[in-house]
Write a protein that binds this ligand. Structure first.
Ligand SMILES: *Cc1c(COP(=O)(O)O)cnc(C)c1O
Length: 395
């Protein structure tokens, strides 16, 4: 069987829904629906060695992805990004000791990890015969949707906040999507995209408002386990906007553990980073809350567009992963991000997005407070490439 998808489940009340019908949020609780698989059947019928022999894309995990029929897979070669040793990104004096790795998501099609989520969501939506696709975006998600829609031959509409990076907007238009600039933040674009989708009877793939983008993002966690020889690191540091990446990876780890594929059942500390100018999840974590309060939109300022997310429907799930894993949440300044863009360029030869640079800042801070020690194997997620924005990086 190509996919072992069994049903969808409400992330709040656990109620089940038919996975072969189109769904957005759960009708019962208006919260994210999560895809469930027959994991014991996957464990019986598939081995780790078989996965490793398959082509190097995220679709090597197709049993744990939602597309039923292989011919419906829409791919641009996303996934299986490099996991690189990066001790030279440690604070000076600790380079010899630091057990530091980076996963370079900037090498994905369209330049960010958003490609993974859109590859999964667009494939599955096309399989369920939608007529068109819509999304709100702060930049990268819109570009990724437009690319995969072009690849499969469906029309796409992207509502983008007007302060999104010009390079993303241009990229989205080039792929042929209809682009509307929205004054305000991604939350405002969210209302516009959902109204548009309803009017046209198109499908809105806003993150965690449909069940499959998070499945694509899950493959970051599956690959990480594979690349480390079916173990997991001590800690993962991830730049959280909507938080879907963290939710996806946490789901990956619990699925791998349920399948008995992990050599050591200990899961990593999930550490999220946000910008000081827009840190609703960090605020919630520091106040031990289960859900995040919306960050006042007028005060949401950061140059890292992917982190300009004042409120997100995945807040509860993201915080759950952080709490359950014994992780933490930390905010960092735009200045510090920019410095770390330079550090990554000059000490690693990598051009990274500002969002990605937050993880280096957080790593240094958490070593200073001894939340992490240099011996703790830590993986930074470089979620996006800095290449499109290189003209804006001051020298
Ligand atoms: C969207 C985005 C993020 C935030 O990811 P979430 O999974 O939504 O929290 C981080 N970095 C980059 C480059 C992004 O495009």
């Amino acid at each position: 069987m190509f996919s072992y998808l069994s049903h969808l489940q409400c992330s709040v009340c656990q109620r089940h829904y038919n996975a072969d019908q189109l769904h957005t949020i759960s009708p019962c609780c208006s919260k994210p629906l999560l895809a469930r698989y027959d994991l014991s059947a996957v464990a019986r019928n598939l081995t780790r060695n078989e996965v490793v022999r398959r082509p190097a894309s995220m679709w090597r995990y197709h049993e744990l992805l939602p597309v039923r029929d292989e011919k419906h897979v829409v791919t641009l070669g996303e996934g299986m990004t490099p996991l690189l040793a990066a001790p030279r990104l440690a604070p000076s004096g600790l380079e010899d000791k630091a057990h530091l790795l980076v996963k370079d998501e900037g090498q994905n099609p369209t330049g960010s990890f958003k490609a993974r989520g859109m590859a999964a969501a667009v494939s599955r939506a096309a399989e369920l015969q939608v007529r068109g696709l819509a999304t709100p975006t702060a930049g990268n998600a819109g570009a990724a949707l437009a690319a995969y829609a072009a690849r499969v031959g469906l029309p796409a509409y992207v509502a983008v906040s007007q302060d999104a990076p010009e390079s993303c907007i241009q990229q989205t238009r080039l792929y042929g999507a209809e682009v509307e600039l929205i004054s305000g933040l991604i939350t405002d674009a969210g209302h516009v995209a959902s109204a548009f989708a309803e009017r046209r009877n198109w499908f809105n793939v806003a993150t965690l408002r449909e069940p499959y983008r998070v499945e694509g993002k899950k493959t970051m966690g599956l690959e990480l386990a594979e690349q480390l020889g079916w173990r997991l690191p001590a800690a993962i540091i991830y730049p959280a906007g909507g938080g879907t990446g963290v939710v996806g990876m946490w789901k990956a780890f619990t699925e791998l553990r349920a399948m008995g594929w992990l050599i050591d059942a200990r899961l990593p500390k999930m550490i999220i980073v946000q910008a000081e100018g827009c840190a609703p999840l960090v605020h919630a974590f520091l106040h031990k809350m289960q859900e995040a309060e919306a960050w006042p939109a007028a005060e949401a300022h950061t140059a890292a567009a992917g982190l300009r997310v004042p409120s997100a429907i995945g807040d509860r799930l993201t915080l759950q992963a952080v709490y359950e894993s014994g992780g933490t949440a930390i905010s960092v300044s735009d200045n510090a991000m920019m410095q770390m863009v330079h550090l990554a360029a000059q000490r690693m030869g990598m051009l990274i997005a500002l969002e990605a640079a937050t993880t280096i800042v957080a790593y240094h801070k958490l070593l200073a407070t001894h939340f992490l020690e240099p011996e703790d194997e830590t993986v930074l997620f470089f979620t996006g490439s800095g290449l499109p924005e290189v003209g804006k990086y001051s020298l």
